[in-house]
Design a protein around this ligand. Structure first.
Ligand code: ARG
Length: 456
């Protein structure tokens, strides 16, 4: 780059390579062009461009857009970034009028505008993908609504739940993710254009008009904040990181469930890979890669969070480091959500295996304690009594439900009876009949709620 005016020497080649952003910020071209057209139109109002000049600029910018989309545009590292590449090409195409475009504007408010527009659209794409995965989870939950399985804490069998209840837990998580992104999108939809390099401009354009044309809800209220602010990027990077956390937890469940030890699900051949060595292997690679990619999502958040730390107001070139992590996070999460939805749709639940695992009568130890409570025993005492029964069953190597009545009688007189009504899995699940609990009736209410919500 030869900066005209005060520079008499070319930028060193190594510096060009080190400082360019065109290799990645070129993907902002459409936002950059939309922003430039809105800015040029506002210049007509301010009297710094004639209507004819505006039309020339607009046509020039649109022709550049066409060339870019046809793959016929040559990007130049010497021109550093997307903003200067497009501006310089404009002047090449339409002559000296092109050089009028950048009045009352700086690359600082330009890059802030472009990035906000990009992030706004990225939020929309991620929101669509979140909904798609939620829909896939609800479909699968509906398909296997009847399947009972153990619910775990500490990865130890806890109490009975249903596959639908477990899958719907993820739908809830993804719903919070969607709410967060929708809020972030509303918060970021503010136009920084007109903030100039940092202190606005002596040429006062109609900022509201520009904002309106670009679909922003309002204009920023402090030019210095508008130039320095990258909060919206950080917010979205956090929101994406948390989606990553949720996907990695789902992945871990699927990895466990598809193992021989659990055998609760079978993933489709199309969504698994073999081993180059072990012929019997069928590996849950989507789940593992998803779990692994969560690390880079966190890394992207940390990179930008660290880049803004301690930066003095307003623009500092450090801020150029915001874009690659943002693009990478968006690309990664969009793909992860799409592939996880596809994997979920292709998953088969092994009902029998789930039922066998859920038929461990230990899962109903709490139910037995609850029964004692209903018969007037204090819960702590009930807990101890049932705990002793569990110890005896383990020692004798038998099911809790198979303890002889004489043993129950010794533990507590109330238990001196046929307890098979307690050790009835179906009844035990049905008894968990409070909103949010896994009784089939409650799960059906939740499924209906989600089916309606997601079809809107
Ligand atoms: N490529 C720069 C970025 O991404 C654009 C803004 C450059 N502004 C400047 N004053 N050098 O941040």
């Amino acid at each position: 780059m030869m900066w005209k005016g005060r520079f008499s020497e070319q930028t060193a080649e190594l510096v060009v390579k080190y400082t360019e952003s065109i290799s990645y910020d070129r993907r902002l071209y459409a936002y950059d062009i939309a922003g430039s057209i809105a800015h040029a139109r506002a210049q007509v109002g301010a009297g710094t461009l004639s209507q004819d000049e505006f039309e020339l600029i607009e046509a020039g910018l649109l022709s550049i857009k066409e060339s870019i989309e046809a793959g016929e545009f040559t990007w130049s590292k010497e021109l550093e970034d997307v903003h200067m590449n497009i501006e310089s090409e404009l002047t090449k195409r339409i002559g000296p009028v092109g050089a009028k475009l950048h009045a009352a504007r700086s690359r600082n408010d330009q890059v802030a505008t472009d990035t906000r527009l990009y992030t706004r659209e990225a939020c929309e794409v991620i929101l669509d993908e979140l909904k798609n995965l939620q829909t896939a989870l609800v479909e699968k939950a509906t398909e296997y609504q009847e399947v009972v399985m153990p619910g775990y804490t500490h990865l130890q069998r806890g109490q009975p739940v249903s596959m639908a209840h477990h899958l719907l837990a993820y739908v809830e998580m993804l719903e919070r993710d969607a709410q967060r992104l929708a809020q972030a999108k509303t918060r970021l939809n503010i136009s920084p254009l007109g903030s100039g390099a940092l202190a606005g401009s002596t040429i006062c354009l109609d900022r509201e008009q520009v904002a309106h044309e670009l679909g922003f809800d309002s204009v920023s209220q402090n030019s210095m904040d508008a130039i320095a602010d990258r909060d919206y990027i950080l917010e979205v990077l956090f929101d994406i990181s948390l989606i990553g956390a949720h996907l990695s937890r789902l992945s871990e469940d699927l990895i466990l469930w598809s193992s021989a030890e659990f055998g609760f699900v079978v993933l489709a051949d199309a969504h698994t890979t073999g081993s180059s060595l072990m012929p019997q292997k069928k590996n849950p690679d989507i789940a593992e890669i998803t779990r692994g990619k969560t690390g880079r999502l966190y890394g992207n958040l940390m990179a930008v969070l660290t880049a803004v730390k301690g930066l003095p107001l307003t623009y500092n070139r450090d801020l150029q480091e915001d874009k690659e992590p943002l693009f990478d996070a968006v690309d990664t999460i969009v793909m992860a959500l799409a592939v996880n939805a596809e994997q979920m749709r292709g998953m088969t639940v092994m009902k029998e295996r789930c039922l066998i695992a859920a038929s461990d009568s230990m899962l109903l130890a709490t139910d037995l304690a609850d029964y004692l409570v209903r018969e007037g025993v204090a819960f702590r005492d009930a807990h101890e009594i049932v705990g002793s029964a569990v110890a005896i069953a383990i020692e004798q190597g038998i099911e809790l439900s198979s303890l002889p009545q004489t043993t129950w009688a010794e533990l507590h007189p109330v238990l001196d009876k046929d307890l098979s009504f307690i050790f009835n899995l179906k009844a035990a699940l049905e008894a968990r009949d409070n909103p949010g609990a896994p009784a089939p009736k409650q799960v059906a209410i939740q499924l209906a709620r989600w089916q309606t919500a997601l079809s809107e």
